[in-house]
Design a protein around this ligand. Sequence first.
Ligand code: NI
Length: 245
Amino acid sequence: MAARHWNWFWLGVAVICAAVFLLRPQEPPKVIQADSAVKVAEPQPKLLALTFDDGPRRATTAKLLEGLEQRGVQATFFLIGKQIEGNEDLIRQMADSGHQIGIHTFDHVELRNLSPADIHRQLDPTREALRAILGDRELLLRPPYGFVDDTLLQQADSPIILWSVDPEDWHDRNVQREVAHIVSHVQDGDIILMHDIFSESVDAALQVVDQLHQAGYAFVTVDDLLLSRGITPETGKIYRHAHPD
Ligand code: NI
């Protein structure tokens, strides 16, 4: 009889073990390897476009280009026509590094309240000078001070790029304040306005890149920002940002 009891004992042990096995907590799904045939949807990267107006200015623009190159960052430069001559090598370097180039008038004048002829006197020679260096290409327009009227919309011959974050870097030229302003105001899809004619702005921009890289942002040209959000820039239309829907 004792042997029979032991059989029941071991049967009970086996049943309990089976139950424990079957009821064991399930492992969480494995993270799928990058080379796996099955891909998980990757989160959309947070994107920003750094834009620089009023250049080129050799002393500051060259330093900025070097800093952006070291960080693998692409930006957008809105250039002043009368500053192109003598800086052709810098402009070629911008294009070779993947930066986008746009125009910011020939003499840095307000384009609002100008006649069509006067608008073209500001835009056309700037466009021609840049195309002589870079070849035929689309050039975005940033009107000085962001001033736009209906005549400009009709005459621009370019998409018009404004901005959504403005640290007013011309105002006190304080690196720490500019960095703090940008870092605390940015959101995914912003276009940031800066000026590469100030050494403080160059320092601030590079610090911003370092801090926001750590926060998971990537920096792209205005075109790449807009296109990645399904926006194709159109002539005579205004763009301020590409926030996600
Ligand atoms: Ni300007």
